[in-house]
Design a binder for this molecule. Structure first.
Ligand SMILES: [Zn+2]
Length: 677
């Protein structure tokens, strides 16, 4: 196995003690990448062996039996190298890669004062360049449409609400329904059957299973979460191979896991300041094609991370920032010194983005204005301080409909009165990205499908799925226009065990507001009353719900006579009143002061806090915490491609990491290697 750029530093000491005492030895000795990891030919990854024990530590590494040097880790001393956490010894070989397809064996011997342990892992190098035929030209542009938390039932619900059903026949299909390549995807992470959004996205973006809460890295005990061993992302690989650009679009705060797990390498998804800094610092703004993502479009919420710590609405802090990265990491990943990180809560990241050529839009009006004279070269849009608002709250503001009993619009209460819809953001992103003739990677996230499912707010989750599907329609039109484009619609995982249990029974809508609350009779020894469930029409009684869709594409009201009712298999405690909830539960990703302000304006802090507990019936959830959780269910994938038959690669059952390798096969099959490399 030939390792490209191994950066030998010859730190390995000449002889290691072979005395392994049977009684004691270092514990928790692990080698990363883990057994079974897969990489593309030439894809970069860090190798790390670590263990807990008593210094001095020493280690040696071989690949297919051939000794390799580490790029960091102090052999034979107990002094920290600034990378491994206290009590741990660690040794790294940064920026490894291989151009030899097939299985390779990594073996490491780790030693502390008490003994030695040998560990190994077998990794596979995949060759996308000479893969099976994809029935046409290589794909140039990749569009990943990620409905966060979107399971089969979310799609069914959006279709039912938007089109309805007559005599068993759907009266229309969603844009994503009409993609020809549909299959199932398993969603497990490196350390659990239940993933969170960080590895959920990183699997598609890197081809590696990573651990919950982590983005583009393997797990490690290091002094800073940004020092963990890296795995190269699709955007980075294609940027240096082919000169592609990256676009990230989300209705979430842009620090959130799904957008970050395409471009940022961190062992903790909650380090917002460092995460958002790294978007710019590793964007390769100067166009060297030696490193970085080629980030050219960044649209969503999260303005709080771009403002200096002392400004209104800022959330920047030292504790969530990233410090100077280890020298061997900077060198092996070809990062310029300026990209190496700094603790700078007072950084004006907004100004820095603009200084690197990004046009900035802070509202829908500004976004349309930025495109009016032709698409800019790079585009930054921050339409909220934290998460953007959900589709139904944005639409209600456009329609001039305030929540019942409120004098202000939800979007005003969130300090973001003029926000674009996801399809408008996708359209803007594609106008900018399509300027790059070398192609692009675009990820568009419908974030609140997940967030509103956690909160068990079915109406908002369904509205969000409709908004997401409108963005899917935009992606398809651009795929047709540009050619040589693949669009995949999928989710990182299912959320809440969302299921369609029936529809309001006859007369149920009228009955609802007048039924007494369970709260008076509720006690641990008493089963909740059953009166509210009498309005749930099951089987024949569900019939065929019908909603009226207005010209803006959304229902005039979600509270129709035969309203679709949603249950949650992974639910937390809640009072269920079935009717639309006037105000959303306060988003977790917001500046702290905003949350306090929303609370004082009558916004519920938790699902069980909603005002409908005045009449709703209590449903005790079976999961810990106050919200519904992710499930291990497979998620559907739907694919569309122009210029080749890549869409057919995604039929059948596949793992989440397979999706990465299939996308790369579509993109690289039959092409030559190398742009900047
Ligand atoms: Zn979630």
């Amino acid at each position: 196995m030939k390792l490209l750029r191994p950066l030998s530093r010859a730190l390995l000491i000449a002889a290691l003690s072979c005395a392994t005492t049977a009684a004691a030895a270092p514990t928790k000795v692990t080698l990363m990448p883990p057994d079974g990891a897969r990489f593309l030919r030439g894809q970069r990854f860090d190798i790390r062996v670590e263990g807990q024990g008593q210094g001095p530590y020493a280690a040696e590494l071989s690949i297919d039996g051939e000794a390799r040097d580490f790029t960091s880790g102090e052999n034979g001393t107990s002094t920290t190298d600034g990378i491994s956490a206290a009590g741990w010894g660690g040794f790294n070989l940064r920026g490894a890669s291989s151009d030899e397809p097939g299985v390779h064996t990594l073996t490491a011997r780790f030693e502390d004062a008490t003994g030695a342990v040998t560990v190994s892992s077998r990794i596979r190098i995949e060759d996308p360049f000479s893969g099976a035929k994809i029935g046409g030209r290589p794909t140039k542009n990749i569009i990943i449409m990620l409905g966060d938390g979107m399971g089969v039932a979310h799609r069914t619900a959006a279709r039912l609400v938007k089109f309805g059903v007559t005599a068993g026949q759907p009266d229309g299909y969603l844009a994503m329904d009409q993609f020809p390549g549909t299959g199932l995807v398993t969603t497990h992470s490196l350390n659990s059957i239940i993933t969170d959004s960080a590895p959920g996205m990183a699997c598609y973006a890197s081809g590696s299973h990573t651990a919950n809460g982590q983005e583009g890295v393997n797990p490690a005990h290091v002094t800073n979460v940004f020092f963990a061993p890296r795995i190269e992302y699709m955007a980075e690989y294609l940027h240096r191979m082919k000169g592609t650009s990256l676009g990230l679009v989300s209705t979430a705060d842009l620090e959130d896991a799904t957008p970050a797990a395409n471009a940022v390498h961190t062992g903790d998804r909650n380090h917002g300041t460092g995460i958002v800094d790294q978007y710019l610092d590793e964007s390769d703004a100067e166009g060297s094609y030696a490193y970085g993502t080629g980030l050219s479009v960044l649209l969503g919420g999260g303005r709080r991370w771009f403002l200096p710590a002392t400004e209104f609405g800022s959330s920047r802090s030292k504790s969530t920032d990233y410090p100077a990265l280890p020298a061997d990491l900077v060198a092996a990943w070809n990062l310029p010194d300026a990209s190496g990180g700094a603790l700078d809560p007072q950084r004006n990241l907004l100004a820095d983005f603009q200084g690197k050529g990004f046009t900035y839009a802070d509202s829908r009006t500004a976004l349309l204005g930025a495109l009016s004279g032709g698409a800019p070269e790079k585009l930054l849009g921050l339409f909220g301080y934290g998460n953007m608002n959900v589709a139904l709250d944005k639409i209600n503001a456009r329609r001039g409909v305030k929540p019942a009993g409120s004098g202000t619009f939800v979007v005003d209460d969130y300090h973001a009165p003029d926000q674009p819809m996801l399809d408008e953001m996708a359209e803007a992103a594609l106008q900018v990205l399509s300027r790059n003739r070398d192609g692009f990677v675009l990820m568009v996230e419908g974030a609140h499908i997940d967030k509103q499912s956690h909160l068990m707010d079915a109406d908002r989750a369904i509205g969000e799925t409709i908004e997401f599907d409108n963005a899917v329609g935009v992606a398809r039109r651009w795929a047709d226009k540009l050619g040589d484009t693949v669009v995949v619609v999928l989710a990182d995982h299912e959320c809440s065990g969302f299921s369609l249990i029936g529809a309001l029974s006859a007369g149920g809508l009228e009955k609802l507001g007048s039924l007494p609350s369970d709260t008076a009779t509720l006690s641990p020894g008493t089963a909740p009353g059953r009166q509210k469930s009498s309005v749930v029409g099951v089987y024949d009684e569900a019939g065929f719900p019908r909603y009226r869709i207005l010209a803006d594409g959304y229902p005039d009201t979600m509270d129709v006579a035969k309203k679709v009712l949603v249950g949650y298999g992974a639910n937390g405690d809640r009072f269920e009143g079935w009717l639309s909830k006037p105000k959303p539960v306060i988003d977790s990703l917001l500046p702290g002061s905003f949350k306090a302000e929303l609370k004082s304006n009558g916004y519920p802090a938790e699902p069980y806090d909603r005002p409908e507990n005045q009449f709703g019936f209590f449903i005790r959830g079976q999961v810990p915490g106050s919200q519904a959780v992710h499930t291990a269910s497979d998620i559907p994938i739907s694919a569309y491609s122009t210029g080749n038959r890549a869409s057919q690669l995604f039929t059948g059952v596949q793992t989440n990491t397979d999706v990465f390798f299939k996308l790369m096969r579509a993109t690289l099959s039959g092409t030559e290697e190398g742009k900047g490399d």
